[in-house]
Design a protein around this ligand. Structure first.
Ligand code: C2O
Ligand code: CU
Ligand code: CU
Length: 431
């Protein structure tokens, strides 16, 4: 149908994938292919539709992580797609350029579905991002990097271990875009990396030794100005866009190194105290010139702005065990009711020596304070997911723009998917 609506097709299916060093074929799940999914891309203001077919033998759903959209289109656990069925959400892109992603959200089964390979990127553009002179040639100097860890059993199949480890399954094989031992050929002086931690549990701290990372965007879009970093920490579900300069002819590796939280090293049981190579960059002997990142103000800057003085509601969320505010997720209980147009402050706190990755559907928030202090510059951009260091209070500022629907909730939850599946999730409606 050509009705001015940009239409995408995704088919969830099982496939077979060959991985280096693994005997035989591995059963994997993917969209439109055996493993992972295609990168979708749309621009602010566009009306879009996604035709999602489920060819798996079990129900699934597809959630648009980071997207501002009606709750009925969100793809959470209330929008299940039965085997053989089709779900066709449609909405208008109404938010800044950003690196979003999509993945299943079946209640209690999200870890398995994502782990098996159902995930892809969803890139949003707007005029400002075009004018911003960031590298933007997809696959050339603008690279999506979905980082995930996995483990294989003796038969060469994905192994999802539930051995009681916090914060869930920690694999010993790292994949980038579904590839083990990934290599990127660099042909330009600067490259934009769109990093997504698509892992079920593992938190990464990425660095490219000798190469500063110019952070240009967080989960929900551009920073007010680039931030120079030596390394960047990403918990499950978080994204970052960094611009990196390379020297002609060099070969360098992006690594994940020990993750620190406020000066203390995360305990081994949280899967963050190891270091390993993630990806190799091989720069050509002659690199095409690219401009330094430049900033043009977005025409939407005012409408996108959040102001703490507008906040009329404060809510507190305590994460403990597998509960939020003392309750495990129930599909039939609405935990919070919010009003269209309201700006709110969410105070989020994890009271155990276990980090979490707190995610809110529908909105992009700003971090006002962490333990009363301004967040570090790398956390100053728009976010929908935040690594919660234990025993610290995060104050988040957000606004419910539109899309009232008293009957259909959005989710908030820990994005460590075992935690989510085991109940660390709640539901809110916007009315
Ligand atoms: Cu990325 Cu509720 O999910
Ligand atoms: Cu989400
Ligand atoms: Cu958690």
């Amino acid at each position: 149908v050509d009705d001015g609506v940009r239409t995408f097709h995704l088919t969830a299916q099982e496939g077979r994938t060959t991985f280096p060093g693994v005997d035989g074929e591995t059963v994997t799940w993917g969209f439109d292919g055996g493993f992972l999914g295609p990168t979708l891309r749309a621009a602010r203001g566009e009306r879009i539709r996604v035709v999602v077919d489920n060819e798996l033998t079990e129900p699934t759903s597809v959630h648009w992580h980071g997207m501002h959209l009606p709750a009925a289109m969100d793809g959470g656990p209330h929008q299940m797609i039965e085997p053989g069925a089709t779900w066709t959400p449609t909405w208008t892109i109404d938010q800044p350029a950003a690196t979003l992603w999509y993945h299943p959200h079946p209640h209690g089964e999200t870890e398995k579905h994502v782990y098996n390979g159902l995930a892809g990127m969803f890139l949003l553009d707007d005029d400002a991002s075009m004018a911003a002179q960031l590298p933007h040639e997809y696959g050339v100097d603008d690279l999506p990097l979905i980082v995930q860890d996995r483990a294989f059993d003796r038969d060469g199949q994905f192994e999802l271990r539930h051995d009681g480890a916090e914060p869930g399954m920690l694999g010993d094989v790292v994949m980038v875009n579904g590839t083990v031992g990934a290599v990127e050929e660099v042909t330009t002086e600067r490259v934009r990396l769109r990093l997504l931690n698509g892992s079920t549990a593992r938190t990464y701290t990425f660095e490219i030794p000798g190469h500063p990372l110019a952070l240009v965007a967080t989960d929900g879009g551009r920073m007010d100005a680039p931030v120079a970093l030596d390394r960047i920490r990403l918990a499950p579900g978080e994204r970052a866009e960094v611009v990196v300069a390379f020297e002609p002819g060099e070969t360098v590796r992006m690594r994940s190194v020990v993750t620190e939280m406020g000066g203390i090293v995360v305990p081994a049981t949280t899967g963050a105290n190891d270091a390993f190579d993630v990806l190799e960059f091989r720069a050509a002997d002659a690199l095409a010139p690219t401009p330094e990142p430049a900033w043009a103000p977005s025409v939407h800057v005012e409408e996108d702005a959040l102001h703490e003085t507008d906040a009329t509601v404060t809510r507190a969320f305590e994460l403990e065990g597998r509960e939020i505010n003392g309750r495990e997720m129930s599909m039939s209980r609405i935990d919070e009711v919010a009003y269209v147009g309201d700006t709110e402050v969410w105070e989020v706190h994890s009271s155990q020596p276990i980090p979490h990755s707190f995610h809110i559907h529908d909105v992009q928030f700003r971090i006002l304070t962490i333990d009363g202090a301004s967040p570090p510059p790398e956390l100053a951009g728009p976010k929908d997911t935040i690594f919660l260091e234990p025993n610290r209070e995060y104050r988040l500022l957000l606004r419910f723009e539109d899309y009232a629907d008293p009957a259909m909730p959005y989710m908030y939850h820990c994005h460590m998917l075992l935690h989510e599946d085991e109940g660390m999730m709640g539901q809110f409606v916007v009315i």
